[in-house]
Design a protein around this ligand. Structure first.
Ligand code: PLP
Length: 636
């Protein structure tokens, strides 16, 4: 566990059991030993063939743990409840979940259900997001906020006003000055009294990667001049009482509570000024930014970590708001936060299989035989270099050996390009050079493990912004890993590899894979943890690899301590083709027609050809490994 730092980033949800498997602790620190869920047991249940009692699902797989999600929400709420109670704060905390972090229907529905007893709401940033939030919140608490952020046109604003007509507690947050005119206009037309928020551009700046939206030059929000103009405009329209919320967001992954308190304090000053100017202020919405400690280092220096936990975060926020409001004799506002990363990151684990690994060293041709046998094809100079290599080897002068072998190789590559040297000759020279560099310890000891995954679909932030997640084998953790490796995905793209890991490592300790030459054959499972936020929504269709299969696993007191409560199959080849405007049904018909035209097969062979084609459209784009090949046949 310490080799992979699981003891640092894992608690309170992930640990390693005595069998060397990762276990999920669904209720965090309150999990009892018999409630722990062995991830390998889940993987077995989900991937094993149906005939063996499994669900026959292919990798990659996302396993969602709703109990973890519930625990995250409750922990956030109780951190604020505690800070409010202990500091004598005279209002309450009422959070919202920014659906952009993971818009999956079942994730959002779970959040609304789990949070309804404490009025937890949703935040939307686009028209489809507001539509999904409206429909999900119909089943939430009537007091839950629906916060409408992002760029808005009249259609977006109309939707938000309709939401108010539907008695959803909707707040339209003005991010650009022009939006206010639209809100005033449309609300008059629709005869709805809106509740309006203003997003302030704070001076407080978060200097990490995620701080791009903060500071005076940030993308969103109103400057002080614009805030004053908005107040005046609302006053003239007789709508100053509609202004009830102040919002800001200084960026995701806020590194320290001191920066947080600085930002919240500045916003609280603006809040108090808005009260003074006559607005009917009730809520301060501190945006997102509650961070995740991906590497468990508790460092405030990197985007990978943060120097606080939930309790410290909540305490810093409550204190900053309270101090400013008390000084100005302003009634304490409801505190709202839009934490996304901190709510959904832990509950979902991406599981993928290593299907093969490069051999430790490519098998070199025997120096003597290969070269001697082919000597005739080489030039005088080549033969002289070869003689020098062997003579230096006999004398044990490895550096000289390397010098001559490099010289030999360079010349032979040129001769090959010119067409004067055969492939066997070049291979023999490569073999000689491999032996020499191996003897010098100069070969790269890092292996490449090929994984049944698309980085661009499932870990897009690694490729896009260098975001690093904990990636570890989910079993065999009671065995010392014998090699180091990087992970190479299925896409035909040289960027499709993971070669940076937590702890600043450029390779990962890995176990030898069983099976054939070079360790092929699958059966080695890795998990990417803390990736429940942003990755699914950002993932693309590079090489037409679609999303993974998704299963929802709840803790149960039954014999396995878990139950699979939902299965959502990932997109098939047909589905991903459709996403790029191809029409799988027509494609199938065209290919079938072509098969008939070619028609020299008997009836049985042509039926097999047709069903083979049909199966391909219905199967997933990922590799069908030994374990799943039969079930794919059975399923189709
Ligand atoms: N609110 C707004 C306005 C955002 O832009 C974001 C994302 O950056 C969030 C909330 C969620 O932030 P986080 O995931 O850091 O909680």
């Amino acid at each position: 566990a310490s080799l992979y730092r699981i003891d640092r980033w894992g608690p309170p949800y992930f640990a390693v059991n005595s069998s060397g498997n990762i276990v999920v602790r669904p209720y965090g620190a309150d999990t009892l030993p018999h409630q722990e869920i062995d991830l390998m047991k889940v993987v077995k249940k989900v991937s094993e063939q149906k005939s063996a009692g499994g669900l026959g699902l292919q990798f990659p797989l996302i396993i969602r743990f709703p109990d973890v999600l519930k625990n995250r929400l409750e922990s956030l709420q109780s951190a604020f409840d505690y800070a409010i109670h202990s500091q004598g704060y005279e209002s309450h905390y009422q959070g919202v979940y920014p659906v952009k972090c993971n818009q999956d229907r079942f994730v959002v529905e779970d959040i609304v259900e789990f949070g309804s007893s404490f009025r937890f709401g949703l935040e939307a940033g686009s028209k489809p997001e507001i539509l999904l939030s409206m429909s999900c919140l119909c089943r939430g608490s009537p007091e839950a906020f629906l916060i409408c952020n992002g760029y808005k046109d009249s259609e977006y604003i109309s939707l938000a006003l309709i939401a108010r007509k539907l008695h959803l507690n909707t707040v339209i947050v003005i991010e650009q000055e022009e939006e206010l005119d639209l809100v005033i206009d449309i609300s008059r037309k629709l005869l709805v009294r809106p509740v309006i928020g203003l997003r302030a551009k704070l001076r407080t700046k978060h200097s990490g990667h995620f701080g791009g939206t903060s500071g005076e030059k940030g993308k969103f929000g109103l400057t002080t001049i614009q805030i004053l103009r908005a107040v005046r405009k609302l006053e003239q329209a007789g709508m100053l009482d509609c202004l009830q919320l102040l919002h800001f967001h200084i960026g995701s992954q806020i590194p320290s509570t001191s920066l947080l308190a600085d930002g919240v304090g500045e916003a609280a000053q603006i809040y108090c000024e808005l009260v003074r100017l006559g607005a009917d202020m009730r809520v301060i919405d501190i945006g997102g930014g509650l961070g995740i400690d991906y590497d468990g280092s508790r460092s405030t220096e990197s985007d990978l970590s943060v120097g606080y936990g939930l309790d410290e975060y909540a305490a810093a926020v409550v204190q900053a708001v309270r101090c400013v409001c008390d000084r100005k004799f302003v009634k304490h506002p409801v505190i709202c936060s839009e934490s996304g990363r901190a709510i959904v990151s832990h509950h979902s684990i991406l599981i993928f299989e290593a299907v093969s690994a490069t051999a430790a060293n490519t098998q070199p041709m025997s120096l003597g035989l290969g070269f001697q046998y082919l000597l005739d094809g080489f030039t005088e100079e080549d033969r002289a270099d070869y003689a020098n290599v062997t003579a230096a080897a006999v004398r044990g002068e490895l550096e000289t050996c390397l010098l001559y072998s490099d010289q030999l190789k360079q010349r032979c590559v040129q001769q090959f390009k010119e067409g004067s040297l055969g492939l066997e000759h070049l291979a023999a020279v490569d073999g000689v050079c491999d032996i020499v560099s191996k003897a010098l310890g100069a070969t790269d000891p890092v292996r490449t493990y090929h994984v049944n995954l698309s980085l661009f679909t499932s870990i897009p932030d690694f490729w896009a912004i260098g975001q690093i997640f904990p990636i570890v084998p989910i079993h065999r953790l009671d065995q010392r890993p014998g090699v180091r490796g990087i992970l190479s995905d299925l896409t035909c793209d040289s960027d499709g590899k993971v070669d940076k890991f937590i702890g600043g490592e450029s390779s990962l300790p890995l176990h030898e894979m069983g099976g054939g030459h070079g360790g092929n054959g699958g059966g080695y499972y890795l998990g990417m943890f803390l990736g429940g936020a942003y990755e699914e929504a950002l993932g693309g269709l590079h090489n037409l690899f679609g999303g993974p299969n998704v299963v929802r696993v709840s803790q149960s007191d039954g014999p396995h301590s878990f139950a699979v409560t939902r299965v959502v199959p990932g997109p098939s080849c047909g589905d991903v083709l459709r996403a790029m405007q191809h029409e799988p049904e027509l494609m199938f018909e065209a290919l079938k027609h072509r098969a008939e035209e070619c028609g020299h097969e008997d009836e049985i062979a042509s039926a097999a050809l047709e069903s083979g084609l049909a199966r391909s459209f219905h199967s997933m784009p990922y590799l069908t490994t030994a374990a799943t090949v039969t079930c794919a046949m059975v399923n189709s």
